[in-house]
Design a binder for this molecule. Structure first.
Ligand SMILES: [Zn+2]
Length: 186
Protein backbone atom coordinates (compact mmCIF):
# COMPACT_ATOMS: atom_id res chain seq x y z
CA UNK A 1 0.00 0.00 0.00
CA UNK A 2 1.14 3.56 -0.74
CA UNK A 3 -0.35 6.09 1.65
CA UNK A 4 -0.18 9.69 2.79
CA UNK A 5 0.82 9.82 6.48
CA UNK A 6 -0.91 12.69 8.28
CA UNK A 7 2.15 13.67 10.29
CA UNK A 8 1.66 15.79 13.42
CA UNK A 9 5.10 15.11 14.85
CA UNK A 10 3.49 13.40 17.87
CA UNK A 11 3.94 10.06 19.61
CA UNK A 12 0.89 8.58 17.89
CA UNK A 13 2.22 9.53 14.45
CA UNK A 14 5.56 7.95 15.30
CA UNK A 15 3.82 4.71 16.37
CA UNK A 16 1.67 4.58 13.23
CA UNK A 17 4.66 5.28 10.96
CA UNK A 18 6.77 2.62 12.67
CA UNK A 19 3.94 0.05 12.45
CA UNK A 20 3.12 0.61 8.77
CA UNK A 21 6.75 0.74 7.70
CA UNK A 22 7.38 -2.57 9.48
CA UNK A 23 4.45 -3.96 7.48
CA UNK A 24 6.19 -2.88 4.26
CA UNK A 25 3.99 0.04 3.24
CA UNK A 26 5.26 3.16 1.43
CA UNK A 27 4.48 6.37 3.31
CA UNK A 28 4.42 9.97 2.10
CA UNK A 29 4.42 12.49 4.93
CA UNK A 30 2.05 15.46 5.01
CA UNK A 31 2.40 18.05 7.80
CA UNK A 32 -0.49 20.48 8.11
CA UNK A 33 0.20 23.63 10.12
CA UNK A 34 -2.86 25.52 11.34
CA UNK A 35 -1.12 28.24 13.25
CA UNK A 36 -1.10 26.21 16.47
CA UNK A 37 1.21 27.58 19.20
CA UNK A 38 3.60 24.60 18.92
CA UNK A 39 3.72 24.65 15.12
CA UNK A 40 7.46 25.26 14.76
CA UNK A 41 8.36 22.46 17.18
CA UNK A 42 5.79 20.12 15.62
CA UNK A 43 7.16 20.82 12.15
CA UNK A 44 10.71 19.93 13.25
CA UNK A 45 9.44 16.70 14.89
CA UNK A 46 7.39 15.76 11.82
CA UNK A 47 10.46 16.10 9.59
CA UNK A 48 12.43 13.73 11.81
CA UNK A 49 9.64 11.13 11.62
CA UNK A 50 9.43 11.63 7.83
CA UNK A 51 13.20 11.25 7.41
CA UNK A 52 13.05 7.90 9.23
CA UNK A 53 9.90 6.37 7.77
CA UNK A 54 8.64 8.24 4.70
CA UNK A 55 9.61 8.46 1.03
CA UNK A 56 8.66 12.14 0.83
CA UNK A 57 7.55 15.02 3.05
CA UNK A 58 5.31 18.00 2.27
CA UNK A 59 4.29 20.93 4.45
CA UNK A 60 0.93 22.64 4.03
CA UNK A 61 0.76 25.71 6.24
CA UNK A 62 -2.56 27.43 6.99
CA UNK A 63 -1.92 30.90 8.46
CA UNK A 64 -2.97 31.16 12.11
CA UNK A 65 -5.50 33.90 11.46
CA UNK A 66 -7.45 31.51 9.22
CA UNK A 67 -7.80 28.83 11.90
CA UNK A 68 -11.26 27.39 12.37
CA UNK A 69 -12.76 27.95 15.81
CA UNK A 70 -15.99 26.68 17.29
CA UNK A 71 -18.02 27.80 20.32
CA UNK A 72 -16.70 24.76 22.19
CA UNK A 73 -13.04 25.42 21.47
CA UNK A 74 -10.79 27.38 23.84
CA UNK A 75 -10.48 31.03 22.85
CA UNK A 76 -8.71 31.18 19.51
CA UNK A 77 -8.39 27.42 19.49
CA UNK A 78 -9.39 24.76 17.03
CA UNK A 79 -12.04 22.21 17.96
CA UNK A 80 -11.06 18.56 17.50
CA UNK A 81 -13.85 17.58 15.04
CA UNK A 82 -12.99 20.52 12.78
CA UNK A 83 -9.30 19.85 13.08
CA UNK A 84 -9.75 16.17 12.23
CA UNK A 85 -12.02 17.04 9.33
CA UNK A 86 -9.76 19.64 7.77
CA UNK A 87 -6.67 17.48 8.19
CA UNK A 88 -8.36 14.40 6.71
CA UNK A 89 -9.74 16.33 3.74
CA UNK A 90 -6.39 17.99 3.03
CA UNK A 91 -4.85 14.53 3.24
CA UNK A 92 -7.29 13.29 0.58
CA UNK A 93 -6.46 16.18 -1.73
CA UNK A 94 -2.73 15.62 -1.30
CA UNK A 95 -3.13 11.84 -1.82
CA UNK A 96 -4.90 12.54 -5.10
CA UNK A 97 -2.17 14.98 -6.14
CA UNK A 98 0.61 12.44 -5.66
CA UNK A 99 -1.43 9.48 -6.93
CA UNK A 100 -1.93 7.36 -3.82
CA UNK A 101 -5.27 5.94 -2.65
CA UNK A 102 -4.92 5.85 1.13
CA UNK A 103 -4.38 8.28 3.96
CA UNK A 104 -3.10 7.16 7.35
CA UNK A 105 -4.11 9.02 10.48
CA UNK A 106 -2.83 8.15 13.97
CA UNK A 107 -5.97 9.49 15.68
CA UNK A 108 -7.39 7.47 18.55
CA UNK A 109 -10.79 7.45 20.22
CA UNK A 110 -14.47 7.13 19.54
CA UNK A 111 -14.87 10.04 17.12
CA UNK A 112 -12.75 8.14 14.58
CA UNK A 113 -15.43 5.49 14.11
CA UNK A 114 -18.01 8.12 13.24
CA UNK A 115 -15.67 10.20 11.15
CA UNK A 116 -14.41 7.63 8.64
CA UNK A 117 -17.82 6.95 7.00
CA UNK A 118 -18.48 10.70 7.06
CA UNK A 119 -15.25 11.33 5.18
CA UNK A 120 -16.14 8.77 2.51
CA UNK A 121 -19.68 10.18 2.20
CA UNK A 122 -18.32 13.73 1.92
CA UNK A 123 -16.01 12.72 -0.91
CA UNK A 124 -18.79 10.89 -2.77
CA UNK A 125 -21.40 13.62 -2.26
CA UNK A 126 -19.19 16.45 -3.42
CA UNK A 127 -17.17 14.70 -6.13
CA UNK A 128 -14.31 17.00 -5.22
CA UNK A 129 -11.81 14.19 -5.56
CA UNK A 130 -12.12 11.95 -8.64
CA UNK A 131 -10.83 8.89 -6.76
CA UNK A 132 -12.22 8.03 -3.34
CA UNK A 133 -9.34 8.10 -0.87
CA UNK A 134 -9.58 5.48 1.88
CA UNK A 135 -8.72 6.51 5.47
CA UNK A 136 -6.64 4.06 7.53
CA UNK A 137 -6.50 4.54 11.31
CA UNK A 138 -4.22 1.85 12.74
CA UNK A 139 -4.32 3.16 16.33
CA UNK A 140 -8.05 3.82 16.65
CA UNK A 141 -8.63 1.14 19.32
CA UNK A 142 -5.37 1.62 21.21
CA UNK A 143 -4.86 3.38 24.53
CA UNK A 144 -2.09 5.89 25.25
CA UNK A 145 -0.30 3.16 27.25
CA UNK A 146 -0.47 0.69 24.37
CA UNK A 147 0.90 3.26 21.92
CA UNK A 148 3.74 4.07 24.31
CA UNK A 149 4.61 0.36 24.52
CA UNK A 150 4.95 0.30 20.72
CA UNK A 151 7.53 3.10 20.60
CA UNK A 152 9.21 3.05 24.01
CA UNK A 153 12.49 1.83 22.48
CA UNK A 154 12.30 4.04 19.40
CA UNK A 155 15.11 6.65 19.51
CA UNK A 156 12.78 9.20 17.90
CA UNK A 157 10.37 9.07 20.85
CA UNK A 158 12.20 11.90 22.65
CA UNK A 159 12.03 14.03 19.47
CA UNK A 160 8.22 13.94 19.27
CA UNK A 161 5.94 16.75 20.47
CA UNK A 162 2.97 16.38 22.82
CA UNK A 163 2.15 19.73 24.41
CA UNK A 164 0.13 22.22 22.35
CA UNK A 165 2.32 25.09 23.60
CA UNK A 166 5.79 26.32 22.76
CA UNK A 167 7.84 25.86 24.80
CA UNK A 168 5.97 22.94 26.44
CA UNK A 169 3.97 24.24 29.43
CA UNK A 170 5.05 21.45 31.78
CA UNK A 171 1.67 21.31 33.53
CA UNK A 172 -0.91 20.00 31.02
CA UNK A 173 -1.96 16.34 30.94
CA UNK A 174 0.28 15.64 27.96
CA UNK A 175 3.35 17.19 29.60
CA UNK A 176 2.63 15.26 32.82
CA UNK A 177 2.18 12.00 30.85
CA UNK A 178 5.60 12.54 29.25
CA UNK A 179 7.21 13.21 32.62
CA UNK A 180 5.57 10.09 34.10
CA UNK A 181 7.08 8.02 31.27
CA UNK A 182 10.41 9.83 31.50
CA UNK A 183 10.26 11.10 27.94
CA UNK A 184 12.13 14.38 27.47
CA UNK A 185 9.85 17.39 27.18
CA UNK A 186 11.51 18.93 24.12
ZN1 LIG B 1 1.96 21.10 28.22
Amino acid sequence: MKAVLLNSGGIDTLAAAQMLKEQGHELHSLFIGMGQPNQVLALIASKKIADAYCSSHFEFIIPGEWSVSSPNAPAGGISIPYLTGVVFLMGCVYARKIGVEYIVSAVKGTHVEAFKPTLLALQKANSIIPVIIIPITPLENKSDAEVYEMVKNNPLLKETVSCAWSPPCGVCKKCLDRKAREIDVA
